[in-house]
Design a protein around this ligand. Structure first.
Ligand code: IFM
Length: 752
């Protein structure tokens, strides 16, 4: 195992592992919400997956593919020859190696002593930053010191736009140009969405060098030849920028103007140099996160502290807080996985962090859902329904549903497995509403609700009102869906979906009545004629909606047939070290007919709607569903950890938290290849704040019912509530809530 967890600020590997490059490329990826850069080495390796992704720049490769976030030009690559030998860790000898990401500064660092196969030794260090201050900037600093004799250095670097998304080339090549014999610029345009990207870069060497400029297909670069004496250190600084015609700040510029603007910005960044860019970025990290909303854990277990900071780091770099037309991808901006698409992962798993830590980001993410209402209305209409139905997978605002139609191989048929989630996983519509409700409850942001929120809640209620079907029992049912547990498809009366649909209808009724009696009837004025506002219909539908409730044994049937399905011994899969091993033995159809859950489903319902169920029912369902849940989705563990905390099973809660942290940060070297797990990372925060601190916002109150892990002495964190920031301190002796001035929020420490 090469991962080291000794420093609470530093994620580190101390062994170069060419078979598992994807691990650190993803978990040590850098970014700022505008862009995300995988932590690939400067030198190229087979098996690497270089990646630079700019939020919201979706493109559709061709009619057979769905839109995806294009993997754009690489500006970090460097080809280095030392005394004629290509620098590569797969050649010669590695005398020492470390690769680390400092979460505090956001700086990535590799330190290497390398011996070429001629026996010549070199000290190399590679530093890199993606600025949190200037969202367009990537800065690199490389130092090379020959240790055993003088050397010739030959370096080639520039802009490489030959990158693809697993073979799909999303760009047409545009202009390439050197300015003032030094600054390089390359323009590329997405083939279908026609977004122009302007990549600019500049490289400087600290020693005299002979320089040649070169261009070839989709590539512009410079070659430098220099002489470096033994013990002398040569420093290479490469500063690069990315701008696109999708950027809000420059949306009125023509492409030529944007190129000029980009060049000017590059020059400014070059004057700051690596050190200045790093300093600015570090200051921003402190302002936004580490000094503003730190989570402090007093414990001797450094990995726990590191894991929570790792979560905060990624939650910061994955969120496109600068632009409300964009949202968080299931892999953030750290890989091609899930094509950059947004799922319910945002509202149910990541959003709570922003609601309580960075409300302006939460607001922006919810505004994205408002701005994508036309696509949601289209999706409902396409299915013959009314109102707004959110796509299971979303990309650009007008793209509508973008879920691919086929996935991995079916072990039985040998054919690609159809992906039905785009058609059937309809609970996303109420998950979005749940996100709005949570945000509103915590922030009391009435102006958001008036401008955006109420309309979403009402029009989603319209969808449910038209989607519910009358059954022979005279009640309304929701048939043929996939619930959160994606191992079951085409099922009827999924407990999660039915409960949430009813809740959405009732929420619409509640808000409608509240608005009726208030002085904000202008909301109705604006919405009348735009959407249907039939409160009686919502009320009527809600009252007739069938919702699965605990049976005589206290078990809520996950769906109409679940409790009758056959049961198999799941021990092998419960003990798996890789997720999804059940697919090695059974296909989707077979799994669908067994009592096995991919991820938290009924238990998630109980967590999110705790008022509906008694503590006894909670316990009974925990006892039933936990053993049947394989946690084959990364979203599952945090839910179970929080519930375990709620039920006083502290050891189990901690064990599940640890497993959730290990999804990305742990020893499985392949789990993050396609990118980090954004929802699961939001779940890490939830385990700490909702689980260990037992925090919830209930009606007009907050609840703190802590269950601190035994080996944590204390936990401090900040929460934004009703526009005010409060500090929570939890110890084994009790809880302290403080803020300047008085606290208007009554505390209730009972867990249920
Ligand atoms: O949204 C999830 C889903 O619940 C399980 N499969 C992966 C999706 C994206 O993370």
């Amino acid at each position: 195992m090469a991962m080291i967890y000794k420093d609470p600020w530093v994620l580190k590997e101390n062994k170069f592992d060419h078979l598992h490059l994807g691990k650190t490329e993803a978990i040590m990826s850098q970014g700022n919400g505008y862009m995300g850069l995988r932590a690939c080495a400067e030198e190229r390796y087979t098996g690497e997956c270089r990646g630079l992704f700019v939020s919201g720049t979706f493109n559709k490769f061709d009619e057979t593919e769905v839109t995806e976030l294009p993997n754009c030009a690489d500006m970090t690559e460097m080809e280095i020859f030392l005394n004629g030998k290509l620098f590569s860790l797969q050649k010669g000898n590695i005398k020492s190696y470390s690769k680390e990401l400092c979460l505090k500064s956001g700086e990535l660092k590799r330190s290497i002593v390398w011996c070429s196969d001629k026996g010549e030794r070199y000290n190399l260090s590679f530093l890199r930053i993606v600025s949190l201050k200037n969202l367009h900037t990537i800065a690199q600093k490389v130092t090379i010191t020959p240790l055993s004799g003088d050397t010739t250095l030959s370096l080639a670097c520039g802009i490489n736009a030959q990158i693809t998304n697993s073979g799909s080339q999303h760009f047409s090549e545009g202009a390439k140009r050197f300015y003032e014999k030094r600054y390089m610029q390359l323009v590329a345009t997405t083939t279908e969405s026609k977004i122009d990207f302007v990549f600019s870069t500049d490289t400087t060497l600290s020693v005299n060098s002979k320089k040649q400029i070169a261009m070839n297909r989709r590539r512009i670069f410079s070659k430098y030849d220099a002489y470096v004496a033994k013990g002398q250190t040569v420093t290479i600084e490469k500063i690069s920028t990315v701008h696109t015609t999708r950027d809000k700040q420059t949306e009125n510029l023509s492409l030529e103007q944007l190129q000029e603007f980009a060049l000017k910005n590059l020059k400014q960044q070059v004057t700051l140099g690596y050190a200045g860019i790093l300093q600015d970025s570090k200051t921003r990290w402190d302002e936004l996160v580490w000094q503003n909303i730190p989570i402090e854990i007093e414990t001797d277990n450094i990995k726990d502290i590191l894991a929570v900071r790792f979560a905060q780091y990624h939650l910061q770099i994955m969120a496109p807080a600068h632009d409300n037309r964009m949202n968080i991808g299931a892999k953030g901006l750290s890989g091609e996985g899930y094509k950059g698409h947004t799922f319910w992962d945002t509202e149910i798993f990541a959003l709570p962090y922003y609601i309580f830590s960075q409300p302006s980001t939460a607001l922006s993410l919810l505004q994205y859902r408002y701005l994508s209402l036309p696509g949601a209305r289209q999706k409902a209409a396409d299915g013959g329904y009314k109102g707004a139905q959110y796509p299971w997978e979303s990309a650009w605002l007008t793209d509508g549903e973008v879920t691919p139609l086929f996935g991995g191989a079916d072990i039985v048929t040998g054919l690609p497995t159809p992906i039905l989630t785009g058609q059937l996983e309809i609970h996303i519509t109420c998950d979005v509403v749940y996100g709005i409700w949570q945000y509103y409850k915590a922030s009391q942001d009435e102006s958001f609700m008036r401008e955006y929120g109420y309309e979403i809640v009402f029009d989603c209620a319209n969808f449910w009102a038209s989607r519910l079907q009358e059954g022979s029992d005279g009640l309304l049912h929701i048939n043929n869906v996939i619930g959160p547990d994606e191992y079951k498809d085409g099922i009827d009366d999924d407990a999660f979906t039915n409960h949430f649909a009813k809740w959405n209808l009732l929420l619409a009724v509640e808000y409608y009545n509240k608005l009726q009696g208030s002085d904000v009837s202008d909301v109705f004025e604006r919405l009348k004629g735009k959407i249907s506002l039939d409160c009686k219909l919502w009320e009527d539908k809600a009252s007739k909606t069938y919702v699965p409730m605990p049976n005589e044994r206290g078990i809520i049937p996950q769906n109409r047939t679940f409790l009758d399905l056959k049961q198999i011994d799941l021990t092998k899969y419960k003990n798996q070290t890789q997720v999804g091993t059940i697919y090695k033995d059974y296909n989707q159809h077979q799994i669908c007919n067994m009592q096995v859950c991919k991820q938290a489903d009924v238990l998630l319902l109980i967590l999110l709607m705790e008022n509906l169920f008694s503590p006894k029912a909670k316990q009974a369902n925990w006892n039933y569903y936990e053993p049947r849940t394989l946690h084959d989705s990364s979203l599952s563990l945090s839910t179970h950890s929080i519930l375990a905390s709620d039920m006083g099973q502290e050891d189990l809660a901690y064990e599940l938290f640890e497993r959730a942290c290990n999804i990305d940060m742990g020893e499985n070297m392949s789990s993050s290849n396609e990118g980090i797990h954004a929802g699961s990372i939001g779940g890490i925060w939830q385990c700490v704040v909702f689980g260990f601190a037992g925090f919830r916002v209930t009606e007009n109150t907050i609840r703190l019912a802590p269950k601190l892990p035994k080996h944590w002495r204390s936990l401090n964190f900040y929460l934004w509530l009703k526009g005010e920031k409060i500090k929570v301190t939890v110890t084994h002796k009790g809880v302290d809530v403080s803020k300047e001035g008085y606290i208007a929020i009554p505390l209730n420490s009972s867990p249920f």
